[in-house]
Each structure stands twice: as C-alpha cells, then as structure tokens.
Design a protein around this ligand. Structure first.
Ligand SMILES: [Zn+2]
Length: 358
C-alpha cells in the first residue's frame, strides 16, 4: 500500500467522538463497522471515520443541513474548505463546539458563513423574464427552439395513479380530469387538462401526495402511436454565465413550489399550440428520490453545468415525468392495459441532521 492509500484508509474519528446527537446518528449511518480502538476517544463500538467520511459528514451536516430555499433556487448558509483551516468563523451551539474542532483538525478544513452568488436564489435573466407575462414570449420561443424533441415510441408503457376513484375498475377514471375540472396542477390550466404519467411508480406516489391511509389504484398505459414530446429534462449546453442560463432557469422553475405553476402552465400551452403531444419535465421529487452527490454545490446546479458528462449526470438524477396534453385516453393517444390496487406499506422518508444555530 502506498502512502496516499494508507492515509485515505486511516481511521481518524468515530461516531462516539461527537456530543451533538444529530452528528452522532449521521456518523453512525455513514461510518465503518470496525473493532479497533478509535484514536481519538478510544471507543471500540463507534462507527469509524476516515478523512473522506468526515468530509462527507461535514457536507451533509453543515452544508446541506443549513441550506435554505428561496422562491427560486436555494443556497447553504455555511460552507467549508481547506483555505479556511484554522479560521473557522461560525458560532454553533455549545454542545457542537468541540465536535467542530475535531472535524477541523482531522480533515484540515474550516467552516465559514457563505455569501451566495445572486443566481443561486433566482437572479437569472430568462427566469425573471418568464415571471412577467409582458416579457415571457421570447423565452417561450427559446424553450421550444432550444430543447430537444423526443419521440416516445408506440407501445411504450407508463403509469398513472389515482387516489380514491369512484369506479376503480373503469379505465375512464384514469384519463385526465374533465375539462371543467382542470387547472389545479403544475401544467394543467382552466380548459386545458393534462394527463400526468411516469415510468417510476414511486414518483407517482410522491407526486400525488398519497399516504398509507389512501385507497390507491394504478393504471398501466401504453402509447398507441409515436408521441412527440418536448424534453425539458435535457441539460442545455450553453456558453453563458449562470446569470443568463436558460438551463438553470428551467431547472429552478420545476423545483419551485406552487407559485411557479403559472409559468409552467404557459410553457405547456405554448408547446401544445406548437403541435407537441406533451412534455417531459423534471420531477419536483426527483432530487429527494435519487438523493444527490455529496459534493455538488447547491441542488445539483453547478455539477449540472460543469460535469464532463453533463447529460448522463442529470439523467441519473432525474426521473422523467411526462404530461400529455388534453384527454389522451378519450382521444385514443393511449390505452389502458391493466389496473391494479396499490398498497403502500412504507413511505420512504430518509433524513439527515443539521445544526440549529451557527
Ligand atoms: Zn471516537
């Protein structure tokens, strides 16, 4: 074993070293089970941590754990790096002070209050233009021109889930809601119904806010001809700064809460007028469902832009949801192949901890 490899595998701390309960629990989850004595606290029971474990733990607890969401985007209140080693400037709770010292000394890093760049909370020109109906049109045109068209082949299978349908065995229950009832979702609007589908059942469950108490049914659909979809999950290759990025604008738009629906609906209607059958869009829950890489900057955004295989990266972390315009079962665009009852036995929330003050 060479020196570098030996250093990488060297045990520096363990989960029992920490006083903060959240940090102990997170360290137990990520550390190695190993009978040796901890070089710091001498425990044999604690899960052991190498330098890379400690860096990952620091990222989860202090960076992800202090990330705040803004209307669009989000950013961490705390960051760390090796340049701030010995100059940590945050003010944590009393019980966390010694834990932080242990982390700093073993990983040779320092923590500091992070001043986010403005684009991280939505100061992005195309996103601002989309928010004002008066300046929206040119951006809608760019979206249609710059995002790729994807053909969903005939006979492609997908799912749609319904909570408490009146007649669960009736296929018509699984079409888009009647025109008069449209307008509650991210992409449908008054007089413009949309069928939401996914190839991932778990995403369907999250997207429709189903719980273990609900009576849930899932229809398996097949497309009856090739469908032409606008793919908004594609990562655009752009030669501009974050402040001008259409890619980041759309990424943030689909991760934003219901205040963003009006814009998403305008995109859907515009795509429909241009002759598309529907759009593929990133799931609001895709980041929760797939987790994320521990060292991406904020909500996948910088990695999304600069990763050498940007598209493969984004695809691995995006579940493709689609929305088909109108009432596709009624119009013969899709057919129901099967209907099942769905029993939820476990709602999969996983969490990690963060500090309360800093
Ligand atoms: Zn220890």
């Amino acid at each position: 074993m060479n020196d570098d490899a030996a250093n990488e595998n060297q045990i520096l701390l363990c989960s029992h070293c920490f006083a903060d309960e959240g940090l102990r629990v997170d360290a137990t989850r990520h550390g190695l089970e190993q009978p040796d004595e901890c070089p710091q606290c001498k425990s044999t029971e604690g899960r052991k941590l190498t330098k890379s474990h400690i860096e990952a733990l620091a990222w989860y607890f202090f960076v992800s754990g202090t990330t705040v969401r803004s209307e669009y985007g989000g950013y961490p209140r705390i960051q760390f790096n090796e340049h701030h080693y010995g100059e940590t400037s945050i003010s944590p709770s009393a019980w966390l002070k010694n834990d932080i010292k242990l982390i700093e000394e073993s990983a040779k890093i320092g923590f500091f209050h992070y001043g986010p760049r403005f684009w991280m909370f939505g100061e992005i020109e195309p996103l601002k233009a989309l928010q004002d109906p008066a300046t929206r049109q040119p951006i809608l045109e760019r979206i249609l021109n710059e995002y790729p068209v994807v053909a969903l082949a005939k006979d492609t299978k997908f799912y749609r889930l319904r909570v408490g349908p009146t007649e669960p065995a009736d296929p018509l229950e699984y079409d888009s809601p009647p025109v008069a009832l449209a307008g509650n979702g991210r992409l449908d609007s008054a007089g413009f119904p949309v069928m939401y589908g996914s190839q991932d059942i778990d995403v369907c469950i999250h997207e429709c806010h189903a719980s273990a108490d609900d009576d849930i049914f899932v229809a398996t659909f097949k497309t009856q001809r090739d469908l032409r979809l606008l793919d908004l999950t594609h990562v655009l290759q752009e030669d501009v700064t974050e402040f001008e990025s259409l890619d980041l604008a759309l990424h943030m738009l689909f991760l934003a809460r219901s205040h963003s629906y009006e814009i998403c609906r305008a995109i859907a209607q515009y795509a429909c007028q241009a002759g598309f059958d529907g759009i593929i869009y990133p799931s609001y829950f895709s980041l929760i469902r797939t987790g994320g890489h521990p060292f991406e900057t904020v909500m996948g955004m910088s990695v999304r832009r600069f990763h050498p295989q940007a598209n493969q990266y984004a695809n691995a972390y995006t579940i493709q949801n689609f929305a088909l315009f109108g009432r596709p079962l009624e119009s013969g665009l899709v057919s129901v192949e099967c209907i099942n009852r769905l029993i939820i036995t476990q709602v999969g929330y996983q969490g990690h901890f963060g500090p309360v003050t800093y």
